[in-house]
Design a binder for this molecule. Structure first.
Ligand code: PHE
Length: 504
């Protein structure tokens, strides 16, 4: 079949779209908080190694497969080999799972950006006496979480970057001038591989998931973008540009958040997914009035980044349906399906918006954690005759609520004791969706694709596609090594670590 798709008007247009997809909450929300929790420099090191040895090759592979087939993922993989059609379906499922929390986070960012905008004009909408309390009350307010999610989705479904770099730079420079900021740079860039010696697999799996998520890889996005890339453009050059720009923005976001944590929060970097909201808000409040302007700049840029990424996530799902319609001789119905998909995702976002980011019903959230809802949070301790050292036991009250035993509680014969079986992934819905998508399916998608290119279809398929219009494919040996060995083996480790963590 000839490639009769519309394509980007210019290569610049393509780069803006691809970088727009890649740069998003992954960079500004995910990267700093994961780095903060996983050892700073050690995480950065593993991340950069993965981006060069896995990310770049997978990026080239996806763009080339997309352009070669001229189709979106399901049709693209089916065309390569019927046996790989499931990869295409997974590539459509993953953005769905990602959107189930991406929209909620996007909504939260929208709230923060507008809150700071009004504050510049003297209208305080936080309504708390201590700014540190805002995040906690916001995430427990199911109504407003849903409202802001809906606002963000609505903007996505109806709307069709250099400023970003400038805004990031302003905030970077401001933060750099604060006393104590140096600790943040040391945390990020000072040689320290202790975290790798302590738990290599944990850093590896965190960095790998982050790398795929941030580069929009291991799912349909870049295949779809590749299908719009003109034949006379260089696949490899574009892949390098996207990987470098995306990594730069992530590091820039780190250079805002990490030094800020050191300057204002005594070096506390490991507060997790709330870091972008809770910690940064405290940071802005410590700046006084100018913090309103900084806060607005900061959240506005995160908002822009989030919108362009979530539109590309939606696009993968929508274009799957549109391609299917066209194949069956029906009208494409792009607008209609964009809205239907957006509404469908909204429904699946509800648990993410309503569980208070894992606060649980005991913590005041409207609905429970996945663990509670799926009924796997608590396990009976079994026939025990005494408390084991280092284990925390619970008893179940008549009201169905589990209470933790105090350390000095005496053992009672015949009493039923319970253990808390929560893992990160079942502690909140965000992590549940995140684990399935960036934790498991993205590495799996990359593993299978790299294996297919390395061993089944052979690298020559990629080389041939990249060498159209007289471009020379460089680094064939390097890419071959990445496809054949590094990506499959590296990702097998990631999956092993992820799956044992998930079920173990
Ligand atoms: N890369 C985007 C981010 O960093 C998220 C994304 C993932 C977008 C996959 C498209 C596809 O936020």
């Amino acid at each position: 079949m000839e490639n009769n798709r519309a394509s980007f008007g210019s290569n610049f247009g393509f780069i803006m779209a691809a970088v727009g997809s890649a740069v998003g909450l992954g960079n500004i929300w995910g990267f700093p908080y994961k780095m903060g929790m996983s050892g700073g420099f050690a995480f950065l090191l593993v991340y950069l190694v993965l981006a060069v040895f896995v990310g770049l090759a997978v990026m080239v592979g996806e763009l080339a497969i997309g352009r070669k087939t001229g189709m979106s993922p399901v049709a693209a993989y089916r065309k390569l080999s019927k046996k790989f059609t499931w990869m295409g379906y997974m590539a459509v499922l993953v953005p769905f799972l990602v959107l189930c929390f991406y929209f909620v986070l996007g909504g939260m960012v929208t709230r923060y950006a507008l809150g700071y905008l009004t504050a510049i004009f003297g209208w305080n909408t936080w309504n708390v006496s201590d700014i540190a309390d805002f995040f906690g009350s916001f995430i427990l307010n199911g109504g407003s979480m849903i409202l802001w999610t809906a606002i963000f989705i609505a903007i996505n479904a109806f709307v069709g970057m250099p400023a970003l770099f400038v805004m990031l730079l302003i905030v970077i420079i401001y933060v750099a001038c604060q006393p104590g900021a140096g600790g943040g740079y040391k945390f990020m860039f000072g040689w320290n591989i202790k975290p790798l010696q302590e738990d290599f697999l944990k850093v590896l799996k965190t960095a790998a998931g982050q790398m795929f998520f941030s580069l929009s890889l291991g799912m349909g996005a870049m295949i779809t973008y590749g299908s719009y890339l003109k034949k006379q453009e260089s696949v490899q050059k574009n892949a390098v540009i996207v990987v470098i720009c995306d990594t730069l923005v992530a590091i820039m976001a780190g250079m805002i958040v990490m030094p800020a944590c050191y300057a204002f929060l005594g070096g506390e970097t490991s507060s997790g997914p709330g870091l972008l909201f809770l910690s940064m808000q405290i940071v802005f409040s410590k700046m006084g009035y100018v913090g309103n302007i900084m806060g607005f700049l900061f959240y506005a840029l995160v908002f822009i980044a989030a919108i362009s990424s979530s539109m590309s996530l939606l696009e993968v799902i929508t274009s799957f349906k549109v391609d299917q319609n066209v194949e069956q001789g029906k009208a494409p119905g792009r607008k209609k399906y964009a809205i239907i998909v957006a509404i469908l995702v909204f429904v699946f976002c509800l648990p993410t918006a309503l569980d208070g980011l894992g606060s649980g019903t005991n913590g005041g959230a409207t609905i429970g954690n996945p663990a509670d809802v799926l009924g796997m949070h608590w396990a009976e301790a079994g026939d025990i005759t005494e408390f084991a050292e280092g284990t925390t036991y619970y008893v179940k009250g008549d009201d169905g609520i589990y209470t933790k035993l105090a350390a000095d509680e005496a053992f009672v014969e015949g009493e039923t004791y319970y253990l808390d079986t929560s893992k990160t992934w079942n502690a909140d819905w965000l992590d549940f969706y995140d684990m399935l998508s960036e934790g498991i399916m993205m590495p799996l998608g990359a593993l299978v694709m790299a294996f297919g290119i390395g061993w089944i279809w052979k690298i020559d398929m990629i080389v041939e596609e990249c060498e159209q219009s007289g471009h020379k494919f460089w680094g064939k040996g390097f890419f071959n090594l990445c496809y054949k060995i590094i990506t499959p083996i590296g990702m097998a480790f990631v999956l092993y670590a992820q799956i044992t963590g998930f079920f173990g």
